[in-house]
Design a protein around this ligand. Structure first.
Ligand SMILES: Cc1cc2nc3c(=O)[nH]c(=O)nc-3n(C[C@H](O)[C@H](O)[C@H](O)COP(=O)(O)OP(=O)(O)OC[C@H]3O[C@@H](n4cnc5c(N)ncnc54)[C@H](O)[C@@H]3O)c2cc1C
Length: 425
């Protein structure tokens, strides 16, 4: 077994991993990116549509163009990159005293050169997320060929050069499904419908407009896919409209198709985190982190889609740069200051991080549970309103970001046991 030692290891070489590693490198720490694919860039490499980088670079790039800008900087840095190398085990607390444990984490990897063991003082989790599949959403019916997740179909079309079918129905209106509705149309397929169980779309408004409306692709909201037909190959789907959350069987109808793409959500990739003892947030399936993006394990940080599923890569890069900077501060011996708890109030699905530092600027990301015009985001410290922010429109698919600074707390005393509650009214 080969052994390696460095200050920090970053698991995953997507936008998050590269952005975090560049900060650690700039701060003078030795670090390694471990990536299971044969290239850096992560999911960006199959997203050949444009719409990336408007905030980060003030221009509209494709996914590979966005990734390339980071890959070039990584190539010019001292960061060690291990490709085709999968982290299969993570021991965040090797035996020894508490001081020894905090000074050493062990990763076990499978690489083309054989087994690799890496010891580091800090670890950044940047493993991205994976797609939910048919099993996760329990669509009844037969098990024919022709059912794919939208992201896998994207890989087939954009990377392997293979078109998986001709007549397509997309189940779920997540962003990948919307992007694939347009992509499949461009490659000559007939996209017959997008079927969404919720009364509102799961994807960004800009994708509804640019990928469905511009191509006259019907979107059925409040509609459940109640069966997939076909024995060897998909022959169609059954769609049952819903009213007030209840299916109306007499209104069900069939759409003939030979291919079904599923765009029914993404789940942060946290098997390694769980095995290492990282506590997860039930609302995001990502690690619970403090305002320094540090998990419950000292020296283990998380950012990007492994932490919570982001809609824009720009926010992934922003968050991951901070993860890299906080990890560098931690390596320099700076320990997090006391922080106050964050709580979700009415109409808020989650807030990240779950603790914030009232004496420092905090970047907070949150998602609404509801679709609402003229919404007001309210922040209450121990039930006392300290700030309200007006939003013309909020919806679950569009992440809200907010900076919280010491000025928000005014002269109020935010002690250890204080709690900052976020609600949308
Ligand atoms: C289809 C699609 C369309 C999108 N469209 C847009 C858009 O138009 N505009 C926009 O701004 N954003 C868009 N996004 C969002 C944005 O691209 C992503 O949020 C961002 O790229 C995620 O970066 P990440 O590094 O967190 O994850 P990823 O890019 O998924 O990177 C994670 C990496 O970790 C590696 N990995 C995982 N586990 C291990 C392991 N055990 N060992 C080693 N390596 C491992 C994976 O191979 C992967 O390379 C889109 C996303 C998708 C999926």
């Amino acid at each position: 077994m080969k052994n390696l030692r460095c200050d920090a290891v970053i698991i995953g070489g997507g936008a998050a991993g590269m952005a975090a590693a560049l900060e650690l490198d700039a701060a003078g720490f030795s670090c390694a990116i471990i990536e299971r694919e044969d290239h850096l860039g992560g999911i960006l490499m199959q997203c050949i549509h444009n719409g990336f980088g408007l905030h980060e670079f003030s221009e509209e790039l494709t996914g590979p163009e966005f990734a390339e800008r980071f890959i070039e900087r990584v190539a010019q840095s001292k960061i060690a990159v291990y490709l085709n190398t999968t982290v299969t085990g993570f021991n965040a607390a090797p035996s020894g005293s508490a001081a020894e444990q905090s000074a050493c984490k062990e990763l076990f990897c499978v690489s083309p050169a054989g087994a690799l063991q890496i010891q580091s003082r800090a670890v950044i989790l940047a493993m991205g997320c994976r797609e939910r599949n048919r099993g996760n959403v329990r669509i009844p019916g037969a098990r024919p060929a022709g059912v794919y997740t939208a992201g896998f179909a994207q890989r087939l079309v954009n990377i392997e050069g293979c078109i998986p079918g001709r007549e397509v129905v997309i189940i779920g209106s997540g962003d990948i499904g919307l992007i694939m509705a347009r992509r499949m149309t461009w490659v000559g397929c007939k996209v017959k419908a997008v079927v969404e169980i919720m009364p509102y779309p799961a994807g960004l408004t800009r994708n509804i407009v640019q990928c469905l409306r511009d191509f006259d692709i019907p979107l059925y909201l409040s509609s459940m896919t109640t069966s997939i037909f076909g024995n060897d190959r998909v022959e169609g789907v059954e769609v049952t409209p819903m009213e007030n959350g209840v299916v109306i069987p007499e209104k069900r109808f069939r759409i003939d198709c030979d291919t079904v793409l599923l765009s029914v959500g993404l789940v942060p990739e946290n098997e390694l985190s769980k095995a290492a003892g990282v506590e997860l947030n039930g609302a995001t399936n990502g690690p619970l982190v403090d305002s320094n993006l540090m998990t419950n394990i000292d020296g283990v940080f998380a950012s990007g889609n492994v932490l919570h599923v982001h809609d824009l890569v720009d926010w992934v890069a922003e968050e991951s740069r901070r993860a890299g900077r906080y990890a560098a501060e931690w390596l320099q011996g700076r320990r997090p200051e006391p922080q106050i708890r964050v709580k979700t109030g009415s109409n808020v699905r989650y807030v990240n991080p779950v603790r914030i530092n009232p004496r420092r600027e905090n970047q907070v990301y949150l998602r609404s549970l509801v679709v609402k015009n003229d919404a007001v985001l309210e922040l209450r410290l121990d039930k006392r309103l300290i700030r309200s922010v007006k939003h013309r429109h909020v919806q679950p698919s569009e992440m809200i970001n907010l900076k919280i600074t010491p000025a928000d707390f005014g002269g109020l005393n935010a002690g250890f046991d204080s709690c900052l509650e976020f609600s949308i009214n």
